[in-house]
Design a protein around this ligand. Structure first.
Ligand SMILES: Cc1cc2nc3c(=O)[nH]c(=O)nc-3n(C[C@H](O)[C@H](O)[C@H](O)COP(=O)(O)O)c2cc1C
Ligand SMILES: CCCCCCC(=O)C(=O)O
Length: 387
């Protein structure tokens, strides 16, 4: 039998029966409000902020309100099956932890990448580990237990370094490489420009580079002032890849390759023709380009163009109901971004676990109440309507 995630909700109800309030907030707004006070102001702005006037970031969230699940009765959905098969792996749930570059800095102990991996291990929710990490990928992978991890690659301009990062990810046990395409340069982010603070540039999140032999060979003084490494990192960080680079990327690994940031069906068809194993529909949570379409609005077309290839999705998921809607629109798995970062800011591993369990419990209970016992049933015609 697959896990019944609603059991977590029952735990919370049970405690409420005895007047015990949950340790962490039960709503996204509550989490965000408490995280705002828990994080240093410039870190809060960095995580919560987006591109331009943040119209797209808000639109990502609002887009979920335009879809509604149609309840089905007399289904007897006493047991639900939320398991998903992805790249030959059986996942306990259709959620995953989206890659977040500064997550390391957000946990109270300053090791949020490790805490996230432990949360993944406890919940069975796979983690996509960012290239920008406080702890090296090998240490992150070691905390994942039996839960699969995927490595997110920011492709450097130095091809030997890219190759080294991918081979290290393979050796560390990551099960897929997620190549992010939409962030080879930072978008126009007024909050960070205003505060004059880019946490990702402070050198704390460069462990995957500073631990890499190819990167270290570039440094004049590998064991010297880490600020020297930052200057070198700036030179090689962003590679504006083109379609011509895909055969080279493909040649680096036999692991599944997923392209993150694809929202146009033509790009999806081209990616499929180029031999990638999955596509990831996302607009980076509105952090890169403002004024664009909410990612959810692209999802159905992406799924159609993917024509059977797995489709990962993120951008704007704030609740279990949002996750269910993205699944009903055809996503194979749904990424959680800012919500888990806020949980992590409040309570490290325990806070992230709370957020994931809450999302899963809500999704599971929604499927129970609305009579959708499986992900396939959600995707049947008529389950989701525009409203
Ligand atoms: C603080 C922060 C850092 C991020 N860092 C990365 C990263 O290193 N690599 C990446 O591919 N995406 C990164 N993202 C984008 C997320 O993977 C995801 O696309 C986005 O958070 C989804 O939007 P949402 O959090 O509003 O749902 C980051 C997002 C945030 C909020
Ligand atoms: C120079 C760009 C760094 C971006 C790092 C993390 C990220 O993806 C984000 O959205 O922030």
């Amino acid at each position: 039998m697959s896990p019944q995630f609603g059991d977590y909700q029952n735990e919370v109800y049970f405690e409420a029966l005895f007047g015990v309030a949950p340790k962490f907030p039960m709503t996204y707004e509550g989490l965000a409000e408490r995280a705002r006070h828990a994080l240093a102001p410039e870190l809060w702005s960095y995580v919560a902020g987006g591109a331009g006037d943040e119209h797209t970031q808000r639109a990502n969230v609002a887009a979920f309100g335009r879809w509604g699940l149609v309840p089905r009765m007399l289904v007897g959905a006493k047991e639900r099956d939320l398991r998903v098969e992805l790249f030959g792996l059986e996942l306990a749930s259709p959620l995953f932890l989206a890659p977040v570059g500064v997550v390391g800095l957000c946990a109270p102990d300053g090791h949020g990448d490790l805490a996230t991996a432990r949360a993944a291990a406890r919940t069975g929710v796979p983690m996509v580990a960012s290239t920008l990490s406080v702890d090296p990928m090998e240490a992150v992978a070691a905390e994942l237990g039996g839960t699969p991890g995927f490595f997110q690659l920011y492709t450097p301009t130095d091809r030997a370094l890219a190759e080294s990062l991918v081979h290290r990810a393979e050796a560390a046990g990551f099960r897929a490489i997620v190549v992010t395409l939409d962030t080879w340069v930072t978008g126009w982010r007024p909050r960070d420009l205003g505060s004059g603070s880019f946490p990702q540039l402070r050198g704390h999140c460069l462990a995957n580079y500073t631990s890499d032999p190819v990167f270290r060979a570039r440094l004049q003084d590998p064991d010297g002032d880490p600020r020297g490494a930052v200057m070198d990192w700036v030179q090689i960080f962003g590679n504006p890849l083109t379609w011509d680079d895909l055969p080279w990327l493909r040649s680096l690994t036999s692991l599944p390759i997923v392209l993150k940031g694809l929202c146009h069906p033509e790009d999806v068809r081209r990616a499929k023709d180029a031999g990638v194993d999955g596509v990831y529909c996302s607009n980076h949570g509105g952090r890169q380009a403002n004024g664009g379409l909410p990612a959810l609005e692209s999802l159905a077309e992406v799924v159609e163009a993917a024509d059977g290839l797995p489709v990962l999705f993120d951008s704007g998921v704030r609740s279990g109901a949002d996750a269910v809607k993205a699944l009903a629109l055809g996503a194979t798995a749904v990424g959680v971004g800012r919500p888990y970062v806020y949980g992590l800011a409040l309570g490290g591993e325990a806070g992230a676990v709370h957020v994931l369990r809450s999302l899963l419990a809500e999704a599971d209970l929604l499927m129970a109440v609305d009579g959708y016992p499986s992900l396939a049933s959600l995707r049947a015609p008529g389950a989701l309507r525009r409203c």
